[in-house]
Ligand binder design. Structure first.
Ligand code: KG4
Ligand code: ZN
Length: 338
């Protein structure tokens, strides 16, 4: 194991089919095939996602290997997402990976998708990496967590959502506004020139470090229903202000709890991860706060925020160093905890 290992990684937990090649801690390629089909249905349709993964996986892996400029025989191990995620989608990635490991006679490594979002900070891009222990606000379409990270393998969820995830709050709000799925990036875009104080929504009263977004959703729905009754053009005439106010409300909920966690733990190394960490307002507010409250902030590059196999590869790398391998009996888990 003296040379830097080359790892092929597969991510197929939801609606993106991705393959990456990692050498040491550097990414050589990171291919992602998005599944446009779900936009027609206003959300991910699990059956269609599995079928699309089945179609995409071989071409995506092939392209990742070619773009990395390596040969199949150079690969030292294959890592794949074991969960959490949609079972039918996970089965495509796990079956492919098990067959590949068997065919190439190389180790098989299982990866927890949520841990991988966090460990994307350790992909070597020449930027500073968080020091242990650090706190990570992991915000995606399925999860909202504050995680205390003590090492690449020791992590503890110290706060989580009691209902919707932050990404879901963005996507469901967007749906109410008539925007297509996934609505998070569109709310971000329309919010650019909007007034964040134009509309007020209900604020959750949740104990400790946990989150709740369902009340906000109801509050948004009520305000919009009332607005449309009074003026049928209400949404179109106020789209920018609505998006800015919704975005501000979601980000405020997140940052309030993150600040509480910083205070409670005394940890001043702060990272964000997951699809929602691509949000412009969240990023800028965090930068402002990090100066004001004097903590070190680590924000992933955009391509490592939303689902990607590069983060699976870096997690696989740490498990490879530990010789933490799986055997052919392994199966994916839709619900997988740390
Ligand atoms: O991590 P991710 O790609 O997939 C999951 O593991 O869920 O996160 C997807 C979520 C979606 O809800 C999407 O709307 C949200 O991330 N998202 C954003 C932005 N980009 C992606 N939400 C707000 N602003 C963005 N710029
Ligand atoms: Zn994710």
């Amino acid at each position: 194991m003296s040379k830097e290992p080359i790892i092929l990684a597969i991510e197929s937990s939801c609606d993106d089919t991705s393959a990456a090649i990692l050498k040491g801690q550097k990414i050589l390629s990171n291919e992602i095939a998005n599944q446009e089909i779900h936009a027609l249905y206003g959300g991910v349709v699990p059956e269609l996602a599995s079928r699309a993964h089945q179609q995409n996986i071989v071409p995506v892996v092939d392209t990742a290997i070619k773009k990395a400029g390596i040969h199949k025989a150079d690969i030292d191990a294959i890592a794949f997402t074991k969960g959490p995620g949609l079972l039918g989608s996970l089965l495509v990635g796990s079956s492919f990976s098990k067959s590949f490991a068997l065919g190439m006679n190389i180790p098989l490594i299982t990866v927890n998708h949520m841990q991988a979002h966090i460990l994307s900070h350790f992909i070597d891009e020449g930027d500073p990496m968080p020091a242990f222990p650090f706190l990570c606000l992991t915000v995606s379409g399925g999860h909202t967590q504050i995680v205390r990270v003590d090492s690449t393998s020791k992590m503890e969820v110290i706060g989580t959502t009691l209902d919707d995830a932050a990404g879901e709050a963005f996507d469901k709000s967007a749906k109410i506004l008539g925007l297509p799925y996934p609505g998070g990036p569109l709310i971000d875009k329309h919010a650019t020139n909007g007034n964040i104080h134009a509309f007020e929504f209900g604020k959750p009263k949740i104990q400790e470090l946990d989150f709740s977004f369902s009340g906000l959703k109801t509050s948004i729905m009520r305000l919009i229903q009332k607005g449309v009754v009074e003026n049928h053009n209400f949404i179109a005439e106020n789209l920018e202000d609505l998006c800015a106010s919704i975005q501000q409300s979601i980000v405020t909920i997140l940052l309030k709890k993150l600040q509480k966690a910083i205070k409670q733990t005394g940890i001043k190394e702060i990272a964000i991860a997951g699809g929602v960490s691509a949000n412009t307002f969240l990023r800028s507010e965090l930068k402002r706060l990090s100066t004001e409250k004097r903590f070190n902030l680590y924000i992933p590059k955009f391509e490592y925020c939303t689902d990607n196999a590069a983060m699976i590869a870096i997690t696989g790398y740490f498990k490879y160093l530990e010789k933490d391998f799986a055997d052919q009996s392994v199966t994916p888990s839709a619900r997988l905890f740390f």
